[in-house]
Write a protein that binds this ligand. Structure first.
Ligand code: ADP
Length: 408
């Protein structure tokens, strides 16, 4: 179907592999996006191939996705079937942790890989899977350029007060910092705002990325100055199964009085808390909205309350607010959550237009609203594909003897 080089994007989670195939002509365009889910358990495959093409979905045999390597092989077999002539020139990887120094995408060299492995203890639940995805991609495409795009990179512009904890200084020097995550999503939203509302982009913006993982980011002039997530992707807002902000004293109590091991506490905080823990029902916002039970409603109340609390705190960090942007599965689709977050927020300048909110318009505030409220669907895969293309372009410029501005 195509002889032009393409970019493959990979986002390897603990039991999932998101993939995308992008043409890398003038600007990257998605040819296919998909997901292998429940790797190692009862795996499934979903993929879509652009407007007008029916989406595909099927159960996989356990052997087709017993681990990330076989999941990648299954995804690649599907892509080859649809695009037999596609030449993967570059593979872009979502990598959760880039540490204190990586503030943009990096071409993967043995040195960079060694540094990313060194950072694994900072994100033990995610980083090893990301690195396994890279290893699988290098084996599948030994001649392709490999690029890492970091969830932490967008937040490296934080001022020191939003980068540190009040611990003795040497912990900061050892890397115990507020890194912030969801950076690829915020990067995309920042770019979109610059494109569709440049004056807003230049001002004070809070972005609420509300999905299964959830966080908020305060941006000044399109750059991150604060995030609700900190050292790990556990802090800040409550999430599908994660606690969000919690007094660390609870950990001491659970270990010393309840006799839990650290692994048990970690499992509790990451996989059995948040919306699931509070509702006793589900981590899925759609299920909670439909349930209508007291516990489901209270889980939603807590979610909304924490978003509103962070909204006030982040607006204080920005010295005011010009726009609130919703994104992520909940932010993009739940009119109820958007309405409840904005309710009675006139004091901070938010005046929601209910009809626009119900219609899912891009701008959902009234024309009189002092700060704009917007819904912008995020696209982390496209951010990865764009970064991958920049590296390919820089590589070609280098090969042609032109000065290489930056090897990213
Ligand atoms: P992830 O963080 O895994 O990428 P998503 O961004 O896909 O997650 O968001 C998943 C969340 O979005 C789930 O809680 C799901 O219930 C919620 N969601 C998706 N569509 C709707 C909807 N129409 N109404 C309410 N919540 C929704």
């Amino acid at each position: 179907m195509t002889n032009t080089p393409v970019a493959l994007t990979l986002n390897a989670g603990s039991s999932s592999l998101k993939f995308g195939l992008f043409s890398i002509g003038a600007t990257p365009v998605a040819m296919a996006v998909g997901l292998v889910d429940s790797i190692g358990r009862t795996p499934t495959l979903k993929a879509s191939f652009g407007a007008g093409m029916p989406p595909l979905g099927r159960d996989l045999t356990p052997a087709e996705a017993s681990d990330h390597k076989s999941a990648l092989a299954t995804a690649l077999a599907l892509l080859r079937q649809h695009f037999p002539d596609a030449q993967v020139a570059v593979v872009g990887h979502r990598v959760v942790h880039g540490g204190p120094s990586y503030d943009g995408p990096m071409r993967l060299t043995p040195q960079v890989m060694a540094e990313l492995r060194r950072l694994s203890p900072f994100a033990p639940i995610h980083q090893p899977h990301n690195l396994a995805g890279i290893d699988a991609a290098v084996a599948a495409f030994p001649d392709a350029i490999q690029v890492a795009c970091f969830d932490t990179a967008f937040h490296r512009s934080h001022p020191w007060v939003n980068d540190t904890f009040a611990l003795p200084r040497d912990y900061y020097d050892k890397g115990v910092r507020r890194y912030g995550f969801h950076g690829l999503s915020y990067d995309y939203i920042s770019g979109e705002l610059n494109r569709i509302a440049p004056l807003i982009h230049a001002g004070r913006v809070i972005v609420a990325h509300l999905g299964n993982g959830a966080s908020m980011c305060a941006m000044l002039g399109g750059r991150s100055v604060a995030s609700t997530m900190g050292f790990t992707a556990l802090d800040g807002l409550p999430m599908g199964t994660r606690t969000g902000q919690i007094d660390p004293g609870v950990i001491f109590y659970l270990v010393q009085q309840e006799g839990m091991t650290i692994d048990e506490v970690r499992d509790l905080f990451y996989t059995r808390s948040g919306l699931l823990g509070l509702s006793g029902l589900s981590n899925d916002m759609r299920a909670l909205e439909a349930a209508g039970s007291t516990q489901a409603n209270e889980a939603i109340d807590y979610f909304v309350f924490r978003i509103r609390r962070e909204l006030g705190g982040l607006a204080a960090a920005l010295g005011g607010l010009d726009a609130l942007v919703f994104c992520g599965g909940i932010g993009e689709n739940s009119r109820l959550i958007r309405e409840r977050v904005c309710e009675g927020m006139g004091w901070i300048g938010l005046d929601l237009d209910r009809a626009r909110n119900a219609a899912g318009d891009t701008v959902i505030s009234t024309d009189m609203s002092r700060a704009r409220v917007m819904v912008i669907p995020t696209n982390e895969e496209l951010v990865i594909a764009r970064a991958a293309k920049r590296v390919v372009d820089a590589d070609s410029a280098c090969a042609a003897g032109r000065p290489n501005v930056r090897n990213t």
